[in-house]
Design a protein around this ligand. Structure first.
Ligand SMILES: Cc1ncc(COP(=O)(O)O)c(C=O)c1O
Length: 363
């Protein structure tokens, strides 16, 4: 994979110090080994952009809590840190990337944006548009959960539906742009979106100063994993980054194994509607590869058990996509024995019927 594979942005301003001084010189071996086409200075630039994104994001989306469950600690004989992105005002972490991108667009004079989304990114964009006095048109699959579509509508987003099976959402969005030009806010494969999602990792560093041994991240296109992974590893290269995906949609798992972007079979159940990307993003994959991420695959049963555990023990509702990381921990606890593990709970926007189905499956 050559360098032309990745499109990096022109340097944008940052107003805070990066993690540069926290990375030891012995880490250069890692950068030289990387097959991703990204080098250490690219990753440090992302860390600086995440630092710059943090005050933008916190202006409208305060830090989310880390929840703890003694039973999970006992399961791995370690410490499990549940990062509760499901309690964001938009019900998912996607507000982070949307705010980071759109605050900069707004400063540049834009008053309207277009986005395509499986749901949660659309909610984030609609919310950011409301905060910033912009308008947003969101291209959403017609079979997206009603809870997500309604939330976008309530936030004042204009919805354009498309058929997931016969239409390409990027083409639908670009046809809209042709008719009425407006910047596109990408859901994951964009530097500033990734920097926004990375603010979740920046919060974790403040909340868990002792450090994280392994981070399990619910993954679709790979933006959240890229952002969190880069930030955590800027503090310690010992931190392992693990993407969690539903069986059948495990394109990251397959791609990490083969060292190049590979298509998932796409033959699993579609409960995790936010994680149905068939291939990793180009930029996100390069970053995740540079961070030596590994991929975990999760069954529906473990996703359902994760949802039930969080609901029964903490009274917090997760959508299936937001429960995959915990499902991965529950299915392979031996991988994390004795460690301090970050588990992302990425979203809570779930229809009542799907939620009950999951609790029933969990038994
Ligand atoms: C709840 C939830 N978790 C995780 C993801 C995956 O995020 P990414 O595409 O950045 O990997 C999504 C994407 O929409 C999501 O909605």
């Amino acid at each position: 994979m050559g360098r032309e594979y990745i499109s990096l942005p022109a340097r944008l301003h940052t107003d805070k110090a990066s993690g540069l001084d926290l990375i030891t010189m012995s880490d250069t071996a890692h950068a030289e080994r990387s097959t991703s086409g990204l080098n250490k200075s690219d990753l440090l630039r992302l860390v600086a952009d995440i630092d710059a994104a943090l005050p933008r994001v916190h202006r409208y989306a305060p830090a989310t809590p880390i929840l703890r469950l003694p039973s999970l600690d006992a399961l791995i004989n370690g410490q499990v840190m549940l990062k509760a992105e499901c309690v964001q005002a938009t019900g998912s972490f996607k507000i982070r990337g949307a705010l980071n991108v759109m605050m900069q667009l707004s400063l540049g004079g834009a008053d309207r944006v277009i986005a395509f989304s499986s749901g949660n990114h659309g909610i984030g964009v609609a919310y950011a548009a409301q905060c910033l006095g912009m308008t947003a048109t969101i291209v959403v699959p017609h079979d997206a959960p009603v809870a997500k579509i309604e939330r976008i509508r309530r936030l004042g987003g204009d919805i354009v539906s498309y058929d997931r099976l016969s239409e390409d959402r990027e083409q639908v969005a670009s046809a809209l742009q042709d008719k009425s030009p407006a910047p596109l806010v990408k859901p994951y494969d964009d530097w500033q979106t990734i920097a926004g999602q990375g603010t979740c990792g920046a919060e974790v560093i403040l909340q868990v100063p002792e450090g994280i041994d392994a981070a399990i991240i619910c993954t679709g296109g790979g933006g959240l994993a890229a952002g969190i992974g880069t930030y955590l590893r800027s503090r310690s290269l010992k931190t392992r980054i693990l993407t969690a995906e539903p069986n059948g949609w495990h394109d990251h798992h397959l791609s990490f194994q083969s060292g190049t972007r590979v298509r998932a079979p796409g033959d699993g159940a579609q409960w995790c509607d936010g994680l149905l990307a068939l291939t990793p993003g180009k930029l996100t994959f390069s970053i995740n590869q540079a961070n030596q991420a590994e991929g975990l695959c999760v069954s529906n049963e473990h996703v359902a058990t994760a949802m039930r555990t969080v609901w029964q023990c903490l009274g917090v509702r997760l959508e299936p996509s937001g429960a995959v990381a915990l499902g991965a921990l529950l299915s392979q606890p031996e991988l994390f024995h004795g460690q301090r593990v970050l588990v992302t709970l990425t979203g809570g926007n779930v229809d009542e019927r799907r939620f009950s189905e999951c609790l029933t499956l969990a038994g």
